[in-house]
Design a protein around this ligand. Structure first.
Ligand SMILES: Cc1cc2nc3c(=O)[nH]c(=O)nc-3n(C[C@H](O)[C@H](O)[C@H](O)COP(=O)(O)OP(=O)(O)OC[C@H]3O[C@@H](n4cnc5c(N)ncnc54)[C@H](O)[C@@H]3O)c2cc1C
Length: 396
């Protein structure tokens, strides 16, 4: 067992942390206020190889392991705790990897290089207005018509709808196939018959969320990801990967909040001594730090499991992977939320101001509590299924 990062991993982690300190933190307020990630930030990420980093070099990525990507996700969550940059990062990493693995050669060479260069967006579209947890009940259809699929329906609460229209790019889209089963398709947003609408969220303002409506939108068959009618399992693999990076970004945001809090309670006087001298505050810090440290290593182990099994196509250890991934997606977001909330309270009234900026983290992390990349109860259902067996699933 080896708990130390390799020299290469440590050097990469330091480089991404420097990027977070020098580029993300100074831009954090603007990302939140302007409603977009500045082009200069995306260019900086592309230069460091941070966009869709697991994608192989021949398609423009750096062929990074899940562990290296997890480390980068921690740093990006730490640099922009509003989560906007982290969402952009992890969507491209998770779904870029999936397209590189299961897309056709023509689609990989067409779609991935601009995504890795920060010149196009790649996201995921599964959720619909009638629900996101119960994917089997989805209504959007894809009907084969010659060498194309024709899409009808609507996806809702989809990250990056505006970025995919303005920058170019699209979403890996899960649809019901006419032949039964699910078709997973890359769908460029600038396709005739697709309209988008941005929703008004409370947080992670730097990346859009909205709907995609398909009115007989034609997508060439080369955009099929995985086999026809077999798209569901393919999408689930993407979620295993993306959820690990969501949890890692939350760990980074939690560590940043605790560091901000520690600097403050070392200095802020109350009753003649620094706040940090009072056990009521100090013990809270210690309890939170201990939990973050545990979840951080759980995240790294989940990434290691992905490298060791999932990314090599080994399905024999799927249960172990599912348990590890669902556990970190279940614990990291609420823990990060709690860290930010507690530190805001240590700051007293100042914590409630937008100048201190802790509230950006609170608003952003909340997206993962309400459902982004799978609701917390869905993680509990996955864990219950893996611990007790499929016969204990609470639905048929
Ligand atoms: C900011 C943001 C960005 C998002 N980006 C994307 C995206 O890019 N692509 C995409 O496809 N989706 C995206 N989503 C949607 C997300 O995947 C869904 O929110 C999630 O799947 C839950 O679906 P829902 O919101 O329809 O809630 P529902 O499925 O209606 O569930 C509502 C609540 O009930 C709980 N619940 C559901 N079933 C059960 C059960 N059997 N037992 C107990 N509790 C249950 C859920 O956990 C949830 O808390 C995003 C969401 C947010 C908030």
């Amino acid at each position: 067992m080896e708990f130390r990062l390799s020299d290469e991993e440590e050097a990469f982690q330091s480089a991404v942390r420097r990027f977070g300190d020098r580029v993300l933190r100074p831009n954090e307020a603007e990302i939140d206020n302007r409603g977009a990630i500045p082009a200069s930030v995306l260019a900086g990420m592309a230069e460091l190889g941070l966009l869709a980093m697991p994608v192989p070099e021949r398609y423009g990525g750096i062929g990074a392991s899940a562990v290296l990507t997890e480390l980068a996700a921690e740093e990006i969550g730490r640099g922009d705790s509003s989560m906007a940059t982290a969402v952009f990062f992890l969507l491209e990493a998770g779904w870029g990897h999936l397209l590189a693995r299961f897309g056709t050669e023509e689609t990989r060479t067409e779609v991935l290089p601009p995504v890795c260069a920060g010149k196009a967006f790649l996201g995921i579209a599964t959720t619909e207005p009638t629900g996101g947890s119960d994917l089997a009940a989805m209504r959007t259809t894809s009907r084969r018509d010659g060498a194309a699929f024709v899409l009808r329906g609507e996806k809702s609460f989809i990250s990056g709808v505006e970025e995919a229209r303005s920058l170019g790019g699209g979403h890996l889209t899960l649809t019901k196939g006419a032949a039964g089963g699910f078709n997973f398709l890359y769908v460029p947003t600038r396709t005739d018959g697709i309209s988008t609408q941005r929703f008004h969220n409370m947080g992670r303002m730097g990346i859009s969320t909205g709907s995609l409506t398909y009115q007989d939108a034609r997508v060439p068959e080369k955009y099929l990801v995985g086999a026809e009618s077999k798209g569901f399992e393919c999408a689930m693999e993407g979620f295993r990967i993306a959820r690990t990076f969501v949890a890692a970004a939350c760990v980074g945001a939690a560590e940043r909040a605790l560091e901000t809090g520690m600097a403050y309670i070392r200095e802020r006087p109350a009753f003649g001594q620094p706040l940090g001298k009072f056990e009521g505050i100090q013990f809270e810090l210690v309890d939170l730090w201990t939990q973050v440290e545990a979840v951080k290593w759980q995240c790294r182990r989940a990434a290691w499991l992905l490298d060791t099994y999932t990314l090599k196509g080994d399905t024999a250890h799927r249960s172990e992977v599912d348990r590890a991934v669902a556990a970190v997606k279940l614990t990291a977001p609420p823990l990060a939320f709690e860290c930010v909330k507690r530190v805001m309270m240590w700051f007293g009234a100042a914590g409630y101001t937008t100048d201190v900026g802790l509230e950006r983290g609170l608003r952003g992390i909340m997206s993962y509590l309400v459902g982004a990349e799978g609701g917390l109860n869905i993680m509990r259902i996955i864990l219950g299924r893996e611990l007790l067996g499929r016969e204990f699933l609470p639905y048929k």
